[in-house]
Design a protein. Structure first.
Lengths: 266, 453
């Protein structure tokens, strides 16, 4: 009796496990949000870990769009139709502008995956973020805040991180016009725009991002990368119009420091 | 009589300004309270209510019992009630408003009503009285053709309606819903916690009803009737049809937590009703191999529930999805619509391979004015000032000329815009435009319309 029922019980358990996590198709790819840039991904162990919180700081108020676009593109790179939940306060549209779907479509993202949530105040923003992060099945949850955001203390942050861990969702905190403060985020980035690669007739090229790893719980911080977005293959791998190298001709260092862009270089 | 005269006669007179809006709101509240007697309640503006109590009176023993109950409740709210029951809505209304003499039965009562009950033009009423036709009965004994010839078709219609010869349809305040469940209590419920428990039972009850019909609810309305005659309705809406008691209860809990003035039982609720005003198709769900409902679509369901909850907490206009619109005016190319009942998505304009994006990531609506220095008047910007910071333009592309939609607006749609994609020395990319060509306007303004990634 025992012998005949145990394989059956094993199969049942297997089916239950498959049903519980929705089958192999719905599992996120290796638990990482990869950028497609080999050097960048390798340096942080394959991409941003899902089920964790990541902070993106825009040092200057004007760089908010850049940080927002980087976080959104990273989330929208993932295949499938999983929605990207974007929470912001109602006054964000006046500060950084409305999220513009035709622009996202031109960047190669699918605007139909966006779910925009506007909250009247930062307190409600945090409450809704807690709800959204506990809802499995999203590509990522972007929480956009402006300024210091004193409500997001270590306790509130820890609550968000636990929610993300339990549901397996990824929290991308956009901290615009804010200076880094202690937090429980897995990684902390500073995002700024980089000068694009010039096109014919001196036209500005595809988006370019200047990223600095300010903190990483699982390893050393301090790396700095320049990533170019390529909407044709939806990756930060190599820039638009540039053919990828045919083989390992150049050995790319795992982490490289670029000279300062922007104001310092100009 | 003027107010001053009236005050001179009666010094203790209380004068209150006439507020028709508040009066209407009050009669509407009373009407909601009267839904306890029947689902069909019509407003007889500005100061009357018509209840269709056919088939509903037995709940109060008989018609007289129902009328007594209504009168007691309404007088407890400080109302003076004139009431009448009649074979048709118009007859009952005329009896309530114009009956002055008692009568042995309803037919006699109607025949004894004055002709003013027809509510014709004042001249017509006077003419009827002068002709010696003082009551409805007098008028009814005349041939209809003569009345129609003398006083018009309205008079005969009104007469036939009061007599019950012509239908007098009721325009109910709320159309009755196909699915409804209610509980009446002999002893009023004093606590909201008990009321929510009863609400859960009612949701389960309507769920079974909906299951039989293969439907699910998209909109649920709970009405709590207080023993003092007032009632309070609470609505929740869902993005997808549902019969899940737990889900609907969570939505109701969310809604009640967020109410500005919480649900107040007062002296207790003596009736709770759950109606499902909006239904959608919803088939039965397949069970899992080892029992319980299938969980394949759990993630989608969780996401739908999140949308419902956020919509209830924040409002429909705060939880949105973006939809493509077919226009080349940038600020009109997207519509943010409530995610709760969003239409199917339209395709977006796909990017040209190898070309950088031509539309920004963030758009300012309305565009923000900037000060621009250009090398030549209708040339590209050389430097611009926005939000108290100066940006020196290093690279630009343009102009992309966007003409106004002259076929939509009377003034030919306004001015043409010349858009430039510019990058400043720090690598920030902006979308600027000059509003108007130089031959359209002497000194066109510049605006920033968006920021690129």
């Amino acid at each position: 009796m025992r012998e005949s029922s145990s394989p059956l019980a094993g199969l049942r358990k297997q089916i239950a496990r498959l049903a519980a996590d929705g089958g192999p198709a719905s599992r996120p790819a290796e638990g990482r949000l990869a950028s497609g840039h080999a050097g960048f991904d390798a340096a942080i162990g394959g991409g941003l870990m899902t089920g964790k919180a990541h902070e993106f700081f825009a040092a200057d108020a004007l760089d908010g769009t850049c940080a927002a676009a980087f976080a959104a593109l990273l989330a929208l790179r993932t295949p499938g139709k999983a929605p990207l939940i974007w929470l912001r306060t109602a006054d964000a549209a006046n500060r950084t502008g409305h999220i513009y779907a035709p622009g996202i479509a031109e960047l190669g993202g699918d605007p139909d995956r966006l779910l925009l949530v506007e909250t009247p105040d930062p307190r409600m923003l945090l409450a809704c973020a807690n709800d959204a992060i506990r809802c499995a099945g999203s590509a990522a949850v972007i929480v956009e805040s402006w300024g210091k955001f004193p409500l997001l203390d270590l306790t509130a942050g820890r609550r968000l991180v636990l929610g993300a861990r339990d549901a397996g969702t990824t929290l991308l905190m956009l901290r615009l016009n804010a200076a880094p403060t202690p937090s429980v985020a897995e990684t902390r980035w500073s995002v700024a725009p980089a000068a694009s690669h010039m096109l014919a007739a001196d036209a500005p090229g595809a988006p370019a991002f200047d990223l600095e790893l300010l903190r990483w719980r699982a390893g050393p911080a301090g790396g700095r990368w320049r990533l170019d977005w390529n909407h044709d293959d939806k990756s930060f791998g190599h820039r638009l119009g540039e053919t990828p190298l045919p083989g390992p001709l150049l050995s790319l260092p795992a982490r490289r420091t670029l000279p300062a862009h922007g104001a310092a270089a100009a | 009589m003027s107010l001053a005269d009236a005050r001179a006669h009666v010094p203790e007179l209380i004068a209150v300004p006439h507020d028709p809006v508040a009066d209407h709101a009050w009669i509407d509240r009373l009407a909601l309270g009267c839904h306890r007697y029947t689902p069909l309640v019509a407003l007889d503006a500005p100061d009357g209510l018509i209840l269709d109590i056919a088939g509903a009176a037995h709940l109060f023993d008989d018609e007289a019992g129902l009328i007594d109950d209504a009168e007691t409740r309404l007088s407890r709210l400080g109302m003076t009630v004139r009431h009448a029951a009649g074979p048709t809505a118009d007859a009952a209304r005329a009896l309530a408003r114009y009956q002055s003499r008692p009568a042995p039965d309803e037919v006699q009562a109607v025949r004894r009503l004055p002709v003013a009950a027809l509510e014709l033009e004042p001249e017509a009423t006077t003419a009827l009285i002068r002709a010696g036709l003082k009551t409805i009965g007098d008028l009814a004994s005349r041939p209809m053709a003569n009345i129609a010839a003398r006083f018009g078709g309205d008079a005969t219609t009104a007469l036939r309606r009061i007599l019950g010869d012509a239908p007098s349809p009721l325009d109910p305040r709320i159309a009755p819903f196909p699915i409804m469940a209610e509980r009446r209590f002999a002893e009023p419920l004093g606590s909201t916690a008990h009321a929510t428990k009863v609400l859960a039972e009612l949701i389960a009850e309507t769920g079974e009803d909906m299951l039989e019909r293969g439907k699910g609810g998209r909109h649920f309305r709970a009405t709590f009737f207080r023993s003092d005659g007032l009632a309070r309705s609470i609505d929740v809406e869902t993005g997808h049809a549902t019969r899940d008691t737990g889900l609907v209860m969570r939505l109701f809990a969310e809604r009640m937590d967020g109410l500005a003035d919480p649900l107040d039982p007062g002296f207790g609720f003596d009736m709770i009703r759950l109606a499902v005003p909006r239904l959608d198709r919803l088939g039965a769900t397949q069970l899992r191999l080892e029992g319980g409902e299938a969980r394949a679509s759990d993630r989608g369901a969780a996401m739908d529930e999140l949308v419902d909850r956020m919509t209830i907490r924040l409002g429909r206009k705060r939880v949105r999805r973006l939809h493509a619109e077919s226009t080349h005016i940038p600020e009109q190319a997207q519509l943010a619509l409530p995610a709760l009942d969003a239409p199917p998505p339209q395709p977006w304009t796909m990017p040209d391979p190898g070309e950088p994006p031509t539309r920004p990531f963030h758009l300012f609506d309305p565009p923000q004015p900037i000060e621009v220095i250009a090398e030549v008047p209708d040339g590209p910007p050389h430097q611009f000032r926005w939000r108290r910071a100066t940006h020196a333009v290093r690279r630009y592309e343009g102009p992309e000329r966007i003409a106004p939609e002259w076929w939509r607006r009377r003034d030919n749609g306004g001015l043409t815009r010349d858009y430039y994609r510019v990058e400043d020395v720090q690598g920030r990319r902006f979308w600027l435009f000059r509003h108007g060509l130089y031959d359209e306007k002497p000194d066109p303004r510049w605006y920033i319309h968006g920021v690129f990634a």
